[in-house]
Design a protein around this ligand. Structure first.
Ligand SMILES: *Cc1c(COP(=O)(O)O)cnc(C)c1O
Ligand SMILES: *[C@@H]1O[C@H](CO)[C@@H](O)[C@H](O)[C@H]1NC(C)=O
Ligand SMILES: *[C@@H]1O[C@H](CO)[C@@H](O)[C@H](O)[C@H]1NC(C)=O
Length: 847
């Protein structure tokens, strides 16, 4: 059965179903994906578990030595690598007679190799010089080749896709037809921006001179950038005889990364130049004299050093598993296109109540067939007035829905400029305005600087497409918006009228694979006989900082004029000893030179030492650290299990050079049990200087480079109860349920909670004082998805960020920094004792 239904346009031809036996279904291989909608296959494919298993079994059963040695294990490696070369050639319907496989670290390295080794004829010789032509819709890595060619004095010529279609048959005068100057033309088989497939027939037409990118006489060679194309399409090199085909294997199999290949036609291979010779590329050479004789094998001549031989062996299992799970590339092509076509059709019919479209799709084809369009959709989301919603906003919302997509310009400036109508001048101006590739400046002067991309792979399911569409519908047609959902015929489609073999096969097993609920910590789960869910960490005192003295309210601070004129009080002081864990409320607290003493001094890291935050692990908020200044211990308590204290970590600061130190096995075991994943607790051991905060400093340049705690973005975060209260009304109205202000405040994870008479007046302050301490107000702070997590239960509700975005553009708190280094012993006086004084105001902040 084909996917078809009302409002979906013409039904597509029936597709071949993927293998139907449940044990072979791809989804049983992607258990770790449960709950996640992965839509960035053009960025990287995902690997199935069976690939890893086959690979590790292989490594366990065989001994693979260095392929350059002569013993038995080396022989095995060498032979296996040769076998993999044949397997790659077979995959592309060719053989070692016609093509050579050169292993590289990836597609980019393969492109660089072509640029260096191509037998260019530079400008200024008697012969006509070579040209390097490339399609403007090329990957950055292709465009970057011109850096190498220009250093070789070879001209490069960018060609627009339009120009290729208009290009006329070559009519060179006869005396020039014998010219042998080699030229190179490079184009992508599939744009990794829009998914457009450029005609493979160009290869033959360019080489035969029928299609001519420039008027220069000579012999044309074609570089087909197949990195994106081959991940979901079959490529037949027997028919389409490109001269150079660079690929990256993670785009096909998801694993291994850091391995690619250059397939070179044997017609040109012997003419490639080689100046460097590294380990393994030389047949013989003399170290003291200029004598070097290259390996006969072209592949080995270009594979500098020892190839990544275990990864190459993994490729074999990649091909096996891909074949077994899908039945081959043609099936993958049909399957992925069907998903993209469905998504495209629904997306392009979505409309607001006023008739305005919900998305603008950047696409050169009409999605009529998988021969002209790959499974990639590139778009921007619009509001009712046709204004683009910035891609970084879309990215943040998508992550709340556990949808992984790609945003930005995708390293393909050419395509980005063409589709978004960005001129060269705009790019230069944007750079001046501080926008660089890869940042999250998504709209400048109301115009987008990038877009959103979704892409499907062989393991994508119909449910993935549905989840994505539901996300768009949920975020664009929320209850409180005036827009009404689009026509009911389309609304029903995703769940009822669309049936496909793919959906049936996959959905049943996807449901069965829901993640097991996270382990609840029980006494008997703990690392030893201790019955406690309470752990303590002891540390060495940090000099004099621990001495806490209540400061008197400063007599010298002169308040400045404020609207209302009523006093401002500090109502709560919180610190967060462990990043992303629960707050520790104090009545008074010493300050260090990084902010509140011990604030965000510790963090929980995974087994590779990477920090875990609530974004990945909402349950961190259930871990309550508290600090006993007198005893120098931190007590860690998990919500569910109060119990007896036990001192478990008496580690010393090992050395000043070490930036963090580990709090030991026992606390790691306890945390791992609680969170149900392997993790450890580490602590910062010395001050880190950082000027990261400067991006927030609205023109304020701090006199000194201030210290931030290792994992802190700002020294202090302040919220005003009046502002939160204002927001509460807005969110309650939108969610149609009452909210408690006491439940809302902890979500902002502020250090200082104040009560000022007017909401948002804090945005107009420049300098304040609390007691004897003075602070500069650095600027508003942009909130992330953590505010969606209920700090009592660890549950997420994505409506929060949406409501906040709608109300305030995600900004509702301000960042402070000390105006000067605190004196030892200074501390916050608290709660009603301390009157906060505004010393200076700026104008109203711009929002
Ligand atoms: C991904 C990609 C590349 C670059 O591949 P790397 O693995 O990053 O070297 C080049 N061209 C296209 C079309 C791609 O999709
Ligand atoms: C074979 O050579 C490899 C690589 O040099 C070496 O690691 C291995 O120990 C050798 N094995 C034998 C049996 O000599
Ligand atoms: C091209 O080369 C062929 C063979 O080398 C020669 O016979 C012919 O005259 C050449 N033509 C021109 C126009 O130079």
């Amino acid at each position: 059965a084909a996917i078809s239904g009302a409002g979906l346009g013409p039904a597509r031809p029936a597709r071949r179903a993927l293998p139907a036996s449940p044990s072979q279904l791809p989804c049983s291989n992607f258990v770790f994906l449960s709950g996640i909608t992965y839509l960035d296959h053009a960025g990287s494919a995902l690997f199935p578990e069976s690939l890893l298993k086959a690979f590790t079994d292989d490594l366990r059963d065989n001994v693979y030595g260095n392929p350059h040695s002569q013993n038995i294990s080396s022989r095995l490696t060498h032979d296996t690598i040769e076998h993999v070369r044949y397997r790659i050639l077979q995959h592309f319907h060719t053989s070692a007679e016609d093509y050579t496989v050169i292993f590289t670290s990836g597609c980019t390295a393969a492109l660089k190799l072509v640029a260096e080794a191509f037998p260019w004829i530079p400008e200024g010789t008697k012969q006509p010089s070579s040209r390097f032509c490339y399609l403007t819709d090329s990957h950055t890595s292709v465009v970057g080749m011109r850096g190498i060619t220009s250093s070789m004095n070879v001209l490069s010529v960018p060609v627009k896709p339009k120009e290729m279609l208009l290009s006329e048959k070559n009519t060179l005068p006869p005396e020039e037809q014998n010219c042998t100057t080699p030229h190179l033309f490079s184009y992508p088989a599939q744009s990794n921006f829009s998914g457009t497939k450029y005609p493979l027939s160009w290869i033959h037409d360019i080489k035969s001179g029928k299609l001519c990118p420039t008027e220069i006489p000579g012999k044309w060679f074609v570089l087909l950038d197949a990195a994106s194309y081959v991940s979901t399409s079959p490529l037949d090199l027997g028919v389409h005889q490109a001269d150079f085909i660079p690929i990256s294997f993670y785009k096909i199999f998801g694993f291994p990364t850091g391995l690619g290949a250059l397939l070179v036609s044997n017609r040109i291979a012997p003419f490639l130049r080689k100046s460097y010779f590294g380990g393994g590329t030389a047949a013989a050479y003399l170290a003291g004299e200029d004598f070097y004789f290259p390996q006969k094998s072209i592949a080995e001549r270009f594979e500098d050093g020892t190839v990544s031989f275990l990864d190459i062996i993994a490729l074999k299992h990649g091909f096996d598993v891909l074949e077994r799970l899908t039945g081959g590339m043609e099936n993958i092509k049909q399957h992925t296109f069907a998903l993209a076509h469905y998504t495209y059709t629904v997306l392009s019919t979505l409309k607001y109540a006023n008739g305005a479209p919900v998305v603008r799709i950047y696409c050169d084809t009409d999605f009529s067939s998988p021969d002209v369009q790959g499974p990639i959709i590139n778009f921007n989301i619009l509001d009712e007035n046709g204004e683009v919603i910035g891609f970084s906003q879309v990215d943040k919302m998508a992550s709340l829905y556990n949808i992984h997509l790609r945003t930005g310009c995708f390293c393909n400036t050419g395509a980005c400029q063409m589709h978004l109508g960005i001129s060269n001048e705009d790019i230069r101006r944007n750079l001046q305005a501080g926008h660089v590739c890869g940042d999250d400046v998504d709209v400048i002067d109301g115009r987008p600087t990038g877009s959103v991309r979704i892409s499907f792979g062989y393991m994508s399911t119909f449910e993935d497409a549905q989840s994505f569409l539901k996300f768009i519908i949920a975020t664009r047609f929320s209850k409180s918006d005036t827009a009404v959902p689009f026509q009911s015929s389309v609304t029903k489609l995703p769940t009822e009228s669309v049936k496909s073999p793919v959906q049936d096969d996959y959905s049943s097993c996807n449901n069965a694979n829901k993640l097991a609920p996270r382990m609840h910590i029980l006494d008997r789960d703990l690392w030893d006989s201790s019955p406690a869910a309470v752990k303590t960490v002891k540390w060495q005192p940090q000099g004099t900082e621990t001495e806490s003295i209540r400061a008197a309210v400063s007599e010298t601070a002169v308040p400045t004029w404020r609207r209302g004129g009523k006093p401002i009080t500090v109502t709560n002081i919180y610190l967060y000893p462990i990043k992303s864990c629960s707050a520790f409320e104090v009545a008074e607290w010493p300050v260090g030179n990084q902010g509140l003493l011990y604030d965000r001094n510790w963090m929980v890291v995974n087994q590779n030492g990477v920090c875990i935050t609530q974004k990945q692990e909402p349950r961190l908020c259930l871990i309550n650290p508290s600090i006993d200044l007198k005893q120098n211990i931190m007590i860690i308590q998990a919500e569910e299990n109060p119990g007896k204290e036990a001192v478990i970590c008496e580690s010393k600061v090992c050395s000043h050079r070490v930036k963090t130190y580990d709090c030991g096995e026992r606390i790691a075991g306890w945390l791992s049990t609680f969170l149900g994943r392997s993790c450890r607790l580490i602590r910062q051991s010395s001050d880190i200087k950082s000027n990261k905060h400067q991006k927030n400093a609205k023109g304020l340049t701090p006199a000194t480079s201030i210290s931030l705690s290792l994992v802190n973005e700002a020294q202090y975060l302040l919220i005003n109860v009046a502002s939160i209260s204002h927001l509460k009304d807005h969110i309650s109205a939108r969610l149609e349920e009452p909210l408690e202000i006491q439940e809302l405040i902890p979500r902002f994870r502020a250090n200082l909670v104040i009560s000022a008479p007017e909401s948002f007046e804090e945005e107009e302050w420049a300098e304040i004082s609390v007691g004897s301490l003075r602070f500069q107000v650095v600027g508003p702070c942009s909130r992330c998805q953590i505010i969606c997590i209920d700090q009592q239960s660890g549950e997420r509700n994505k409506e929060f960020l949406q409501s906040l975005s709608a109300a305030r553009g995600r900004k509702v708190s301000v960042i402070l920094q000390s105006s000067r280094i605190a004196r030892s012993g200074e501390c916050f006086a608290s709660l009603g004792h301390a009157t906060m004084v505004v010393l200076q105001r700026t104008g109203p902040a711009a929002f």
